[in-house]
Design a protein around this ligand. Structure first.
Ligand code: ATP
Ligand code: MG
Length: 287
């Protein structure tokens, strides 16, 4: 279901660093179109040797992205396999990841951020209509194709990147570290991603964008992150009520049936002498 690209047709340029499960390079793809040689600037994402057992999931992400087409979804040209190397060949997006861009201190206006939010929403709306779950929405996976110039009235332009390896294949610690982007119900059932999970991640991503790319709960250790969900906490609300409302509608613990808190009597002796305790109860009716 995806285009295989010959390894010989790829030229590797400088390294752009390390992704979560990949090494990332700028490069060129050579092909022949209408009898003419053409070169396309590409981004080469090579799956880490450490995660080579996840190659199927990695290629599934590539396949997903190459089957759908939308102006705010990253173009994936295909995959290339050479010996033990598994490579995703994708569109090179000039200004890179949005979180880094914002953190570099570029001052952008609120309307700039709103444009980005609307573009992401339109991509997610498109996916929802097709009943496709992305599964890894965050500002790092939004790539900035055009900066936009507020003084000229031109907007930024973003593209949502591939989701990478499916959470179902990730270690528990990696999933916990994705709090608060990952929907709480995913901690309980990582193999059951739903559109609701993307909605949750959209909320966390909005928060991130409006906080200039600063990761929510940055620096928290995994235990503290887990407790954040277990005690049904919310991110600090934005000063704009409408934005705060939107984010809390997305990051809604009820929506994903992430359990509820009930009072129970902890009564090991069975004689009603035990104390009342609050317990988190998982709901059995998750679809
Ligand atoms: P994950 O699956 O968790 O998203 P990843 O392997 O996709 O991991 P990222 O951390 O998302 O890796 O990306 C690493 C960096 O590579 C980003 O910060 C971004 O700057 C750059 N990058 C990724 N994709 C592109 C692209 N298509 N064009 C330009 N730069 C990119
Ligand atoms: Mg990514």
């Amino acid at each position: 279901q995806f285009h295989m690209i010959k390894y010989e047709d790829l030229k590797w340029d400088e390294s752009l660093g390390q992704g979560s499960f990949s090494r990332i390079f700028r490069g060129t793809k050579m092909d022949i179109r209408d009898g003419e040689k053409r070169e396309t600037e590409v981004l080469l994402k090579e799956l880490d040797g450490l995660h080579k057992n996840c190659w199927e999931s990695f290629f599934e992400a590539a396949s997903l992205m190459s089957q759908i087409s939308h102006r705010h979804l990253l173009l994936v040209y295909g995959v290339s396999v050479f010996g033990a190397k598994n490579i995703m060949v994708q569109e090179f997006v000039k200004y890179g990841a949005l979180d880094l861009y914002l953190k570099r201190g570029r001052s952008v206006s609120v309307s700039w951020k709103l444009d980005v939010a609307k573009q992401l929403a339109s991509a997610l709306n498109f996916l929802e209509e097709k009943n496709i779950v992305h599964g890894n929405i965050c500002a790092k996976n939004l790539l900035l194709a055009r900066e936009g110039d507020p003084s000229q009235g031109s907007s930024p332009f973003i593209k949502l990147s591939d989701p990478g390896i499916n959470v179902a294949f990730l270690d528990k610690d990696v999933i916990l570290d994705r709090i608060p982007w990952v929907a709480p119900e995913v901690l309980e059932a990582p193999d059951n991603l739903t559109l609701e999970c993307d909605k949750w991640s959209f909320g966390a991503t909005l928060w991130e964008i409006f906080n200039n790319g600063n990761a929510p709960l940055r620096g928290w250790d995994l235990d503290r992150k887990r407790q954040f969900y277990e005690t049904f906490q919310q991110l600090p609300p934005s000063q704009w009520t409408e934005l705060a409302d939107l984010i809390s509608q997305c990051m809604d613990y009820q929506a994903g049936n992430f359990g509820s808190v009930e009072l129970c009597r902890y009564d090991p002796l069975g004689d009603n002498t035990g104390e009342l305790v609050a317990v988190k109860k998982l709901q059995p009716n998750k679809q």
